[in-house]
Design a protein around this ligand. Structure first.
Ligand code: GLC
Length: 713
């Protein structure tokens, strides 16, 4: 296809429509799609919609083929539509929410899951996914913790690159284009309140918040979505510094920049635009290419052009980027691409995909505590399953085309794992965070009556899937009063109890931590959650995941392990960092997670204690399985830059390795430290390492205190 020739044949109105993304409902009364934002009268005409460039929210081979046919019958240049959707943690077969995948610390697993999602989405007619969402987050109150892989820039960057590769790969027909989001720093919203302002210095932005987006760009991501929030007073949709200076000029990104839902229009509410015409101008000047679910471009672009406020080159650059992606996806040759109803029936929810979803849920579950009650004996006679989230599939917030009815509940999973056991169920309470115990006294009593003589009790608590996600921030992250009372009462009558939290964020567990004999964080596990949990609790598989976010106490958020050094570090004495009413340390630290076995990790041995900038140091530890079953340990390397031109974190994750050991088996684990592991954004803004002392920590979570030192000469 001669794209330049096509471009030159397009009118200005057609170019502006090509730069517009709508839901199917707006272009045809037959269309229907998932609505993921506020709807209003967009004031767009039938003529304008006939040339629109892309749709979001449609899915399914038949629907997409019909919409494509309808559009091509209307579009004067027969330019195929791009179909985009939120394939965030699966399309039809759902794996754990990304915060759970982050807990797996397994980038190969993340890549495989995204590849599976791409395969299902492509036969469902999708061309682009609005993923990976890789916003670094330090505040557990934010609803969208569930959608990202956590608080660490190193882990997020590795996950980001792996997810882009999984979705896009070699761009064959079972792949889809990826769109990294939300650029930038959306996870740092004030108070953890979704959509609120973000204020941060350039050092913090570049050192912690930008790396994972850069990793996606370096991995070849085709699109970047700008975020709703202001960054230092400027909404990302109009933030030239972010989008033009950093993303395009510094990083060399020449793909498509797309807004978030209605975000251009919302710049009026932000108070930086007078009207929609001003929105269009500012968004274009920030080199945005596609306007999602608002119509500033189509309504005012031509006027701006005639006034000389924008140039036709700005439009041509944007339209060319969009046409190039359509060409790369092969849409001009085959507007249906991989959409295929027969393939949908064969591939969606196939055994292989369910198997991967189950494996991902098993590898994402974090065992926080085990007083020996787990694993349960497979020869149990009676299992009591209690809780509001035990009797249905917990598929996760961005469930795309997945259905809870197609997912395995805990009850179904336990039946599969121990088919001869009697299984009894009681709801016990609801998942509502403000529910009081006295409101559900009868439900709790009923649960106690079932639990007291069971051979095993599984408490399934925490959050429903709609209690995390966009526009679902919480001011308090504690376990509710009713759930706390239920846990206490059940554990009083039966110590053979496992407390399993379903959640899309860290929860404040301090009120139940001492009471619970065994605590599991299961996130929102997806289609195979029930089977995965049963396999874990009955010992068919072992736990191996680690926390990708700190689990703080109520009131501590934002809290993150790699916090800066201070002049008065916490010493639990007066005049030091901390609170007067709450312990300083979180309930569980970043990187923490148990296994059914235990591992001894020796003190690190450094190959040298001095290093020139062109040399490296090998750090070696010996890991031994000192328990009585096989297990996988994630050995983590942290470094502290002792003295630098800016205050540096107490420690930063710079590497990790998983090691699988049989009982009694040992292995040597080595990490190489080069100048690259020591670089940071220095006071004068250079990305470089500075000479001086460094501390090296190696362990199985971030709250390690022993270290060795070396010096960069
Ligand atoms: C939503 C979300 C964004 C999503 C988009 C399209 O508002 O912020 O993550 O991809 O709209 O659904």
């Amino acid at each position: 296809m001669d794209l330049l020739k096509l471009l030159n044949e397009m009118t200005v109105d057609e170019k502006l429509a090509q730069m517009t993304q709508l839901v199917p409902q707006i272009i045809t009364d037959k269309g229907e799609g998932v609505i993921t934002g506020p709807m209003r009268n967009f004031g767009i005409t039938k003529k304008e919609t006939s040339s629109v460039g892309t749709l979001l929210g449609a899915s399914g081979a038949k629907q997409i083929k019909d919409l494509q046919d309808f559009h091509l019958s209307e579009d004067p240049h027969k330019i195929p539509l791009l179909f985009m959707a939120d394939v965030i943690h699966g399309y039809r077969t759902l794996y754990p929410v990304p915060l759970g995948l982050g807990a797996s610390f397994d980038v190969d697993l993340a890549e495989k899951c995204c590849a599976m999602a791409a395969k299902e989405a492509s036969v469902g007619g999708i061309h682009v996914t609005f993923a990976p969402m890789i916003d670094l987050v330090r505040d557990a109150r934010w609803g969208r913790c569930m959608e990202t892989t956590g608080e660490d820039p190193y882990l997020n960057s590795k996950m980001s690159a792996a997810m882009v590769k999984g979705f896009q790969g070699d761009f064959s027909k079972d792949k889809i284009a990826a769109c990294v989001k939300h650029f930038a720093a959306y996870g740092a919203c004030d108070g953890g309140r979704d959509y609120d302002a973000v204020e941060m210095g350039d050092h913090t932005l570049r050192e912690y918040y930008l790396p994972a987006y850069k990793a996606a760009v370096d991995a070849g991501v085709e699109l970047v979505m700008t975020s709703f929030n202001t960054l230092n007073g400027i909404p990302s949709s109009a933030n030239k510094y972010l989008v033009d200076d950093i993303l395009r000029k510094e990083w060399g990104f020449d793909g498509i920049v797309i807004s978030d839902f209605n975000a251009f229009y919302e710049m009026i509410s932000h108070g930086i635009c007078e009207d929609e015409k001003d929105c269009a101008k500012k968004a274009l000047d920030a080199t945005s290419d596609i306007e999602m679910m608002s119509t500033c471009f189509v309504k005012y672009g031509k006027e701006l052009l005639e006034e000389g406020a924008i140039t036709e080159k700005q439009l041509d650059d944007a339209v060319l980027r969009i046409l190039r992606l359509k060409e790369k996806l092969g849409l001009f040759d085959n507007p249906y691409r991989a959409a295929d109803e027969e393939a949908e029936k064969k591939i969606h929810l196939c055994a292989e995909h369910r198997e991967l979803a189950r494996e991902a849920a098993e590898k994402s579950a974090v065992l926080l505590k085990n007083d020996g009650v787990l694993p349960f004996d497979k020869n149990v006679k009676k299992v009591a399953i209690i809780g509001p989230v035990a009797d249905h599939g917990m598929i996760g917030g961005w469930y795309c085309c997945g259905k809870s009815s197609e997912a395995i509940s805990v009850i179904a999973g336990v039946k599969n794992a121990v088919p001869n056991a009697e299984i009894v169920f009681a709801r016990g309470c609801s998942a509502h965070p403000n529910e009081k115990a006295e409101e559900v006294a009868d439900l709790i009593d009923e649960a106690i009556s079932l639990a007291k003589d069971a051979d095993a009790v599984i408490l399934c608590l925490g959050e429903e899937i709609d209690m995390s996600g966009e526009a679902h921030s919480r001011a308090r992250i504690s376990v509710s009063d009713s759930q706390t009372e239920l846990i206490k009462r059940v554990c009083e009558v039966n110590k053979k109890t496992a407390v399993v939290f379903y959640c899309g964020r860290p929860l404040a567990l301090e009120k139940i931590d001492d009471v619970s004999p065994a605590t599991v964080i299961f996130w929102h596990p997806g289609t195979e959650g029930g089977n995965a949990l049963a396999n874990l609790l009955f010992g068919n598989v072992n736990f191996q995941a680690k926390l990708p976010m700190t689990f703080p106490r109520e009131g501590q958020s934002p809290y993150y392990y790699n916090h800066l050094r201070t002049g008065r570090p916490n010493t639990n004495s007066g005049y030091c960092l901390g609170y007067s009413d709450t312990p300083y340390k979180p309930v569980y630290p970043f990187g923490y997670g148990l296994s059914y076995t235990s591992f001894d990790i020796s003190a690190p041995v450094l190959s040298r204690t001095e290093m020139a900038t062109d040399e490296s140091i090998t750090v070696t530890v010996n890991v031994k399985n000192v328990g009585n079953c096989s297990g996988i340990e994630t050995v983590q390397l942290y470094i502290q830059d002792v003295t630098a031109s800016v205050a540096r974190p107490v420690k930063e994750l710079k590497g990790y390795q998983k090691v699988c050991l049989a009982p009694g088996e040992s292995a040597t684990v080595s990490f190489d430290i080069t100048i690259e592991e020591l670089k940071f954004h220095t006071f004068c803004g250079k990305y470089d390492a500075e000479k001086g002392k460094f501390k090296v920590f190696v362990g199985n979570h971030s709250d390690i205190e022993t270290f060795e030192t070396f010096e960069l000469k």
